[in-house]
Design a binder for this molecule. Structure first.
Ligand SMILES: *Cc1c(COP(=O)(O)O)cnc(C)c1O
Length: 352
C-alpha cells in the first residue's frame, strides 16, 4: 500500500487488533495491575491506550513515541539523557518552563547551559558543535522566528532535540526532514487541541533511543493517566483538519493586522496557527487590547479550539528574554475568521 497521508494516519492508526466485535476505539483501561503473564504487568509500564496514542504520534512524526503525563515531564526525561556535567545549547526562544528547568539544573551542578538565537544558524552551530545536547524550538516562542532545523544538524551534538509543539508533525517533521534524534511535544496544546488535558510525548528516531526514554519514564514514575491519553488520542483524530483550518485563519489575520494602524508589527512565521502582534502604544495598549477582546479569551496556553490572546512580557521568564512589552501572542482557534477579526478590530478601536 502507498504510504498513508497524515490525515489518514491520524484517523486510522491506534485502533487495536481489528478483531470482529472489538470496540472501534481502544477503551480506557482503569487498572493499576494486570493478570500475570501478559505484556503489561503494572500500570507504570504501560496501558493499551498509551500504545494506541504512541502508534499514531510515532507514525505522524516518523519515529517511536513515548507518552508522558505532561510536556514538561517529557522535556525533563530527555534532559536525563545528558551526562552529568554535560553541555546543553538551547534556543533562547524556547518554552519558558524548559529555560527555567535548564537554569535550575545548572544551578545544581547537573549540567551547563548556553542560550543562543536558534534562528542564527551559524552561531548556533558554532555554539553546539560537540555539545551533549542541542535544544531547538521553531517557530520560537513568542517571537515566531523560524530556525533552519536541517542546517542546525551540522553542529553534530550528541543529541539533537526539537520541541515541535507549535508546528505539529503536520507542518514540520524534524526526525525525517532535519535529522533530529528526538522530538518533544506538549500534547496539552495542538495535539490534545481542546484545552481539557495535560499531556506530553517524546518521539525518538529509533527504538533504542525510545527504550532509553521509556526507562527514564518508568524510573521517574512519569505515568500518564489513561483518561488523559484517551482524550489526547481523540484530539489527534482531528489534528490535521484543525491545523489546516486554524492555519488558514492565522494567515488571514496576519495580513489584516499588517495593514491596521493599531499594530506596529506582525510576527508570523509564514505557517502554523500562532502569531504575535506588537500593539501600537506600548505595554498599556497591549494590556487594553487583551482586556478588550470579547470573543477571543485572554489566557495562557495555546493550540485549543478557542482563540487565546496573551501579553507575554508580563511574565518574568519572557521579560528577561527580551520579549517586547507590547507583544501579544495569539493562538488561533477554529472560530470563523471574520468573527475573530471583528473582535480584534473592536478591541484595537478601544485603544486608539
Ligand atoms: C506548554 C509547552 C511545554 C510544556 O508542556 P506542558 O504540557 O504544559 O507541561 C513545552 N514546550 C512548549 C513549546 C509548550 O508550549
Amino acid at each position: 500500500m502507498e504510504p498513508l497521508d497524515p490525515s489518514t494516519i491520524a484517523v486510522s492508526l491506534g485502533r487495536g487488533a481489528h478483531r470482529a466485535g472489538d470496540p472501534l476505539n481502544v477503551p480506557v483501561v482503569l487498572s493499576s495491575t494486570f493478570r500475570a503473564g501478559g505484556a503489561i504487568g503494572y500500570a507504570r509500564e504501560g496501558n493499551p491506550v498509551w500504545e494506541a496514542f504512541e502508534e499514531v504520534i510515532g507514525a505522524l512524526e516518523g519515529g517511536v513515541a513515548v507518552v508522558f503525563p505532561s510536556g514538561l515531564a517529557a522535556v525533563r526525561a530527555i534532559l536525563e539523557l545528558v551526562p552529568v556535567g554535560g553541555h546543553v545549547v538551547a534556543a533562547h526562544g524556547s518554552y519558558s518552563g524548559t529555560r527555567r528547568l535548564l537554569q535550575d539544573l545548572e544551578a545544581r551542578g547537573r549540567l551547563t547551559t548556553r542560550l543562543v538565537d536558534i534562528t542564527d544558524t551559524s552561531t548556533a552551530v558554532g555554539a553546539a558543535d560537540g555539545a551533549a545536547l542541542l535544544w531547538a524550538e521553531s517557530p520560537t516562542n513568542p517571537m515566531m522566528g523560524v530556525a533552519d532545523l536541517a542546517g542546525l544538524r551540522a553542529a553534530k551534538p550528541e543529541l539533537y532535540v526539537v520541541d515541535n509543539t507549535f508546528a505539529t508533525p503536520l507542518l514540520q517533521r524534524p526526525l525525517v526532514d532535519a535529522g533530529a534524534d528526538l522530538v518533544v511535544h506538549s500534547a496539552t496544546k495542538l495535539i490534545g487541541g481542546h484545552s481539557d488535558v495535560v499531556l506530553g510525548v517524546v518521539v525518538a528516531r529509533d527504538e533504542s533511543l525510545a527504550s532509553e526514554i521509556r526507562q527514564v519514564r518508568t524510573e521517574h514514575g512519569a505515568v500518564a493517566g489513561p483518561l488523559e491519553v484517551f482524550l489526547a488520542l481523540r484530539g489527534v483524530r482531528t489534528l490535521p483538519v484543525r491545523v489546516e483550518r486554524a492555519s488558514a485563519t492565522a494567515a488571514a489575520l496576519a495580513g489584516r493586522f499588517g495593514s491596521h494602524a493599531g499594530v506596529d508589527e506582525v510576527l508570523y512565521p509564514g505557517f502554523g496557527t500562532m502569531l504575535s502582534v506588537l500593539v501600537h502604544g506600548g505595554a498599556a495598549a497591549a494590556e487594553r487590547f487583551c482586556s478588550g477582546v470579547r470573543l477571543a479569551v485572554p489566557a495562557t496556553s495555546l493550540g485549543g479550539v478557542e482563540t487565546l490572546v496573551e501579553r507575554r512580557a508580563q511574565y518574568h521568564w519572557d521579560a528577561v528574554a527580551g520579549v517586547p512589552d507590547n507583544l501579544v501572542r495569539i493562538s488561533v482557534g477554529l472560530e470563523h475568521v471574520d468573527d475573530v477579526w471583528r473582535d480584534f478590530e473592536q478591541a484595537l478601536a478601544q485603544i486608539t
